[in-house]
Ligand binder design. Sequence first.
Ligand code: PMP
Length: 402
Amino acid sequence: MNPWRGDFPILKRTVNGKPLIYFDNANTAQKPQAVIDAVDHFYCQHNANVARAVHLLSEEATAMYERARERIAAWIGAAAPREIVMTSGTTMAINLVAQSYLRPRLRENDEVLITAMEHHANIVPWQLLCAATGARLVVAPIFDDGTLDVQALVSLISPHTKLVGVTHVSNVLGTINPIAEIASATKARGVPLLVDGSQALPHFKVDVRALGCDFYCFTGHKLFAPTGTGVLWARYETLDAMSPWIGGGEMIDAVSFERTIYAPPPRRFEAGTPNIAGFIGLAAAIDYLAAQDCYALHTHEQALLQRLLEGLKGLGGVRLIGSAKDRVPVVSFTLEDAHATDVAMLLDLEGVAVRSGQHCAHPLMQRFGVNATLRASMAFYNTIDEVDQLLAALALVRAKLA
Ligand code: PMP
């Protein structure tokens, strides 16, 4: 019996008359009751805006919101809560680094170095900057097995490189990149390293300082928390040397029409009313994860992964996209003579939710010469039985489409 499954109420529902089999966790993960309860409790008992009013509810809401920041900081190994900027997600966190950190430092002919396996969120913000400044986007290649060519990446770092951006885990290939190794190379060359941790934290614990990177970004909704929550971590000195990007309430110390004094980080980067309930939910998600046996989680996820990989190989006519040794249970594949979206729609009739398409990674699709893939992405609450049902459903779909 899976010990975590009962904590996720949505997994009890049916889809098209069949029990739901949710294999779209890399897109967004389901929420445990503890997170739902934390959000519900906030709205029922404490709802008020943060850091503004002197009344009790506002004080409570502020304390809960700041406790969430402390919880996040401790969970990822930040030196202090003030190193945690709360954003709406990874997308906003990367755009913040692009606009606040890099934009003032980027000149014509400078370079931003990324990899061929990035999500659009770690491509397009840099393209916008390059277009505005005359800088260039440089892309490190990957091997056919979906692993990063780290040597090539390091050799592409030049005196022009002003930032390196690498995903910790690919949302398409499941590949885990060797961030500590990359960080020691970027550090030796004095170039800042940004890591997109969106797909890493749902599968293993991360210590941002041990990794040695300069910016670490992640999103809450893939980490079993509400949507509209995300984090940018950077050392305090780095944040303190950055100008604000989005202006408004809460990010200032004093405003006059002549001169505005900005608040210190992280408030400097948190203009407007934040997703208070969402971050209280994120803290609850972290509390939930902290209470689990992480070895058991990891072992179970790897068992799911191996079962799916072996089953897909046995099915015939399947092309696996990516076969890295170090990977999370995210599996992309194509079925011979079948369009991914048709397959995903037929799987949905069997109650199986997978993603089909290009996974916000068009350049990676081009790299592998495919228009679209199917992607089954698993979480610890999935079961071996569900993997077998997916394989059986795929066999059925193949027969239907033949
Ligand atoms: N990076 C990666 C690797 C992702 O998988 C995603 C979400 N698919 C993002 C960035 C963007 O996250 P968000 O939409 O929550 O900002």
